[in-house]
Design a protein around this ligand. Structure first.
Ligand SMILES: NC(=O)c1ccc[n+]([C@@H]2O[C@H](COP(=O)([O-])OP(=O)(O)OC[C@H]3O[C@@H](n4cnc5c(N)ncnc54)[C@H](OP(=O)(O)O)[C@@H]3O)[C@@H](O)[C@H]2O)c1
Length: 252
């Protein structure tokens, strides 16, 4: 298949790098901002375009990997370039409806966290795919299988729920880790002391339910400890509020 990727951020870059190593043909990578290509290896750089009129309409698949709120606008721009391949986006939260102006459209959502600076282990990236016909679903399924052994056919509603769950388990926990790091810095203790605890927290839920794994003052009902913690956080009302809300949620 000929593949074109629109967007050269975290997901666009990593997908381009991954498809470059498959039997598929990475045709083009589009970014409105050519500065995005500066760190690309030469093999990818020569496939980069930044002008909509340069989009090759002969691609079999167009993967839109831009900010959620720009997907619809990009989809419309793509339509004007007379493309007739399958058009997909990579967003967990965005409906397939935003691509409805295309004859063949679908979802190509990699359920993982991507950062430019971190190499991707595609074996550990579940794909959630969907399409507006059985043919499209089959083609996207096969395409995803080229990158990962785990591919799920997921509806719009299921994917959007999964995305909320992903925000809780990844984005929110990462933010809580950031707060933990800041508290360590404030009291001059190395954050590294917490690394075995962080590792065990995530390893434990590989074998038991997080509900069963829950420990700490809130689940035990240790009110005195909770009050001490809230006092220690008194110079940070935002942290105090989070501590209080999460403790209440755990206790319930
Ligand atoms: N990062 C993740 O962990 C992750 C995981 C799964 C799915 N996703 C999904 O993948 C998509 C891309 O996320 P990302 O993390 O790769 O974002 P990102 O790193 O911020 O990159 C977004 C890209 O979209 C481009 N863009 C934004 N608005 C545009 C517009 N109006 N027209 C053309 N290009 C536009 C940006 O171009 P400029 O440089 O010019 O701003 C940039 O190249 C999102 O839908 C996201 O929900 C992300």
């Amino acid at each position: 298949m000929n593949i074109t990727i629109i967007g050269a951020g975290n997901v666009g870059y990593h997908l381009a790098t991954a498809f470059q190593q498959t039997d598929h043909h990475l045709l083009q990578i589009f970014s409105r901002n050519p500065k995005r290509f500066a760190h690309f290896p030469p093999i990818l750089a020569k496939k980069c375009v930044s002008d909509w009129t340069s989009i090759n309409p002969k691609s079999d698949v167009y993967i839109i990997a831009v900010n959620d709120q720009a997907i619809e606008e990009v989809s419309q721009k793509l339509k004007k370039t007379q493309v007739n391949g399958i058009v997909v986006h990579t967003s967990g939260a965005t409906s397939t409806e935003v691509l409805r102006q295309h004859e063949q459209f679908g979802i190509f959502y990699p359920l993982q966290t991507f950062s430019l600076a971190k190499t991707v282990n595609w074996q550990a990236v579940p794909f959630c795919i969907d399409g507006n016909s059985q043919t499209v679903r089959n083609q996207l399924f096969q395409l995803a299988q080229q990158l990962s052994p785990t591919v799920h056919l997921i509806t719009d509603k299921q994917r959007q729920a999964l995305h909320v769950a992903a925000v809780f388990v990844n984005n929110f926990t990462n933010h809580l880790l950031t707060l933990g790091e800041e508290i360590c810095q404030e009291f001059d203790v190395p954050f590294g002391i917490l690394q075995p605890l962080i590792r065990e927290t995530f390893e434990k839920v590989q074998s038991i339910s997080p509900k069963i794994a829950q420990t700490g003052p809130a689940i035990r009902g240790d009110k005195t400890t909770i009050e001490k913690h809230l006092k220690l956080l008194q110079n940070h009302p935002d942290r105090q509020l989070l501590y209080h809300l999460i403790s209440e949620s755990i206790a319930k």
